[in-house]
Write a protein that binds this ligand. Structure first.
Ligand code: SF4
Ligand code: SF4
Length: 55
């Protein structure tokens, strides 16, 4: 089960730079995680300042 970015995202971009496999990109109004690429490492969730990423 891949990690998911919720509506609490403020599009700061911090998570995208930390993802080891480049699974995070800027979407429409918030950032999004490509479920097929995510390896469930949890790094992005620990990085997000608003707690927007759930795993
Ligand atoms: S859990 Fe890890 S692999 Fe998945 S999007 Fe977050 S940083 Fe990337
Ligand atoms: S770190 Fe959190 S608030 Fe920033 S872009 Fe990623 S999900 Fe959105």
């Amino acid at each position: 089960m891949a990690y998911v970015i919720t509506d609490t995202c403020v599009s700061c971009g911090a998570c995208a730079g930390e993802c080891p496999v480049g699974a995070i990109s800027e979407g429409d109004g918030k950032y999004v995680i490509d479920a097929d690429t995510c390896i469930d490492c949890g790094t992005c969730a620990a990085t997000c300042p608003t707690g927007a990423i759930e795993g």
